[in-house]
Structure formats: structure tokens, C-alpha cells
Design a protein around this ligand. Structure first.
Ligand code: FES
Length: 102
């Protein structure tokens, strides 16, 4: 079963996308160039995008259209990037905020 997003309600058709490598918490993952980072994570079995600053509970994408901020991660050193709207580029470095709390 392919868990990739074919058509995103904001970004549009994803197409096939060239396979690229991104690094999530230092771990290399194969993604497709242009797909949302959150979709690439989901396709690789990663459902946690941050940890709650209050409870430490894992949180994950909810709306996938840029409204809820549950998908906010640190991307190439920039904090609070909405990964549901940010297209994958080769070599991106993605970090899970609050990861050390778990
Ligand atoms: S999943 Fe809601 S803003 Fe990204």
C-alpha cells in the first residue's frame, strides 16, 4: 500500500517526484522531491512531528493544510516550520522539537 499523497488540497498534484534523501533527527530517509515533509514522514512510518511542551506526549499532523501547527518541526535550523506545507528538497535536515523529553 502506497501511503504517499497524490494530490494535496493546498499544494496540488504531487506527481511522481524524484527520490531524494532527507535526514530526520539524523536518520536518512527516502522522500520524493516536492511532496510535503509530513507526507514523506508518514510514508516512512513516522507519525510524531513534535512533543507537547506541557505533557511531553507525542503529537502528529492533524489538518495537513497549514491551520493547526501540530506538524511544526525544525527544518534546516529554522524552528516552527509547518511540515504539511513545506515541500521536500534533497538533503533537508528535519528535527523533532522536544524529542529529548521522551
Ligand atoms: S498538520 Fe496542521 S498545520 Fe500542518
Amino acid at each position: 500500500m502506497d501511503l504517499r499523497v497524490g494530490r494535496h488540497p493546498v499544494l496540488g498534484d504531487m506527481g511522481k517526484g524524484t527520490p531524494v534523501t532527507i535526514y530526520v533527527d539524523g536518520r536518512p530517509l527516502t522522500a520524493r522531491e516536492g511532496e510535503p515533509i509530513a507526507a514523506a514522514l508518514y510514508a516512512n512510518g513516522i507519525k510524531t512531528t513534535r512533543y507537547s511542551s506541557r505533557s511531553g506526549e507525542p503529537r502528529g499532523p492533524f489538518c495537513m493544510i497549514g491551520r493547526c501547527t501540530e506538524c511544526a518541526m525544525t527544518v534546516d535550523g529554522v524552528p516552527n516550520v509547518r511540515t504539511c506545507l513545506t515541500p521536500v528538497r534533497d538533503g533537508m535536515r528535519v528535527e523533532t522539537p522536544g524529542r529529548s523529553r521522551s
